[in-house]
Design a binder for this molecule. Sequence first.
Ligand code: ADP
Length: 220
Amino acid sequence: MRKSFVIIGLGRFGGSVCRTLVESDQEVLAIDSCEDRVNEYMNIATHAVVANAQDETTLRSLGLRNFDHVIIAIGEDIQASILVTLMAKEMGVPRITAKAQNEYHARVLEKVGADFVVHPERDMGVRIAHKLTSNTMLDFIELSEDYSLAEVKVTAKKFFNQTIEGVNFRRHYNLTIVAIRRGKHELIVSPPANQMILEDDVLLVVGNNQDVDFLDNQMN
Ligand code: ADP
């Protein structure tokens, strides 16, 4: 379904979100106060305008509240990011995602009305560190402070050709297998207890970070 987005701030993060949304055929209004940045996105975004988002009259005239989702991707200027989030909320934007620089900034953004707060640098750092320290942990996404979704490759013999219940997965590892990736094309979503696990399968598991690490250690 086609949705409409506004992206405020076309730095590396906002720019990358913009390109990806357009590639998935979404409508994107891109806003930046820097003319060069806007020119860069003129032929990429559905519409691109030069505007200072801190100016409330301008924001209103752009009809922010008529869009499904506003993404505030202002980088360094924390004050501007907070003010724009607040104004977007007051205008009645249905969904607001804002990029935070640090934990304090994140807390304020949540308070003033951001529905989702993202920390791209921090989250990417965590994901990359997990990949670097393990050969079998292919990806790692934090869901909260304690829980995560991870992709773990099956490389330990004790799992080969065993069913999920056969290895007593939930009791021994305290994790839920949400899907199994097999080869390049096969994805077994929500596998039943009698699903066979094969060598080199990739298990998509959800659970506590310590349990995810424990499973990963079992593979090495
Ligand atoms: P990143 O770390 O994602 O590269 P940057 O700090 O480089 O972030 O980019 C943030 C963008 O937000 C810049 O292009 C900047 O011009 C834009 N920006 C900052 N303040 C405002 C504002 N008040 N209105 C519109 N755009 C803004």
